[in-house]
Design a protein around this ligand. Sequence first.
Ligand SMILES: Nc1ncnc2c1ncn2[C@@H]1O[C@H](COP(=O)(O)OP(=O)(O)OP(=O)(O)O)[C@@H](O)[C@H]1O
Ligand SMILES: [Mg+2]
Length: 186
Amino acid sequence: MYTAKAKKGIFGRADIRKKVAVDDISIEIKKGHITGLLGLNGAGKTTTIKMLTTLLAPTSGIIEIDYVDIIKDKLYARNKINLIMGGERGVYWRLTERENLRYFGSLYKINPKELDRRIEETLEVVGLQKAADIVVEKYSKGMKQRLQIARGLINNSEYLFFDEPTLGLDIVIAKELRNHIRKLAD
Ligand SMILES: Nc1ncnc2c1ncn2[C@@H]1O[C@H](COP(=O)(O)OP(=O)(O)OP(=O)(O)O)[C@@H](O)[C@H]1O
Ligand SMILES: [Mg+2]
């Protein structure tokens, strides 16, 4: 449930409204399975993914990863997951692709040698090898989205969440991404 303040003119008191975004959802996802969430705009998909990835605390209910309560133990979850979103936020525009990946990879405490290998591997998956040393602000929208994907793959996480990951991608790389997700799941 979200609490949102609705503004009423300059002097009016803010009207506090409660909004139920996700209600009574129960899902179990097995390792190696791909599960999709479909729904209209505003149905609660992003909210659900944010709760599953510890970015939002649910008002009530239980969320477990490997039977560990991740509302209590966020760190457990964060070591096991990654999230790939659509859009241009969440990466550093003043850095190059390689620098972004090195930064995010180092947050997962991957050793430098292994990280170098992973960076090359993910650059290949998203087809950005040639642009890897150009600052991200010079990228096209689709290239920034490819970087989002690379960032999400860098820690080789056990569980991957996606929220509109193909936003702005051309059909070639969108298809490749779907194939890659299939491969990861297998
Ligand atoms: N920060 C917030 N504060 C208040 N209400 C919110 C907030 N974020 C989302 N909501 C509301 O929660 C509901 C679910 O939103 P959510 O973003 O989860 O939908 P969605 O299924 O991802 O939609 P879309 O397909 O447009 O991405 C909507 O009614 C939305 O207005
Ligand atoms: Mg959404």
